[in-house]
Design a protein around this ligand. Structure first.
Ligand code: NI
Length: 157
């Protein structure tokens, strides 16, 4: 496994649309392993492949240290309802936080690293993480989903 560099806001890679994964091979497994290590070392809740410079539909999420790491290949939101407004940040926008409007419940369809179809449901933070990371695959950063950005004084508190 290897820690990869995280691409920061301003780099055009982060606004590109990713491609679907078609080959479920060792190279994909390596990318997933590296993304997990990179997310963990940076204390992230999730990471999308474009954040490490790979324009593929791959996401890893771990909302809680005690919970399983989710590996989502070609993820799509298939249902969402409710609404939540909570503070959100992104490893590609260090030190910046904003309040986003997101659905409270989200159902997604994805594939695992072997290409098997799988379904997940998330509520609260996990629902936000699904939306945030899947947005990255379309080149969308959380800052375009904010109701407002936090001021420095609110962050330091
Ligand atoms: Ni992000």
């Amino acid at each position: 496994m290897a820690i990869r560099n995280i691409i920061l806001e301003g780099d055009p890679i982060l606004s590109k649309k990713c491609r679907k994964v078609e080959k479920f091979d060792d190279r994909l497994a390596q990318l997933i392993e590296d993304m997990i290590e990179t997310m963990n070392v940076n204390n992230g809740v999730g990471l999308a492949a474009p954040q490490v410079g790979v324009l593929k539909d791959v996401v890893v999420i771990q909302v809680d240290k005690d919970k399983n790491i989710l590996e989502l290949i070609n993820p799509e939101i298939i249902k969402s309802d409710g609404v939540q407004e909570e503070v959100e940040g992104c490893l590609s926008c260090p030190g910046e936080y904003g309040i986003t409007k997101r659905p409270m419940h989200v159902k997604i369809k994805a594939m695992d690293r072997l290409g098997n179809e799988c379904f997940y449901e998330g509520e609260g933070l996990l629902a936000r993480a699904f939306c945030h990371e899947i947005d990255h695959l379309s080149g969308i950063l959380f800052k375009s989903r904010t109701v407002r950005m936090l001021e420095r004084a609110e962050i330091d508190r």
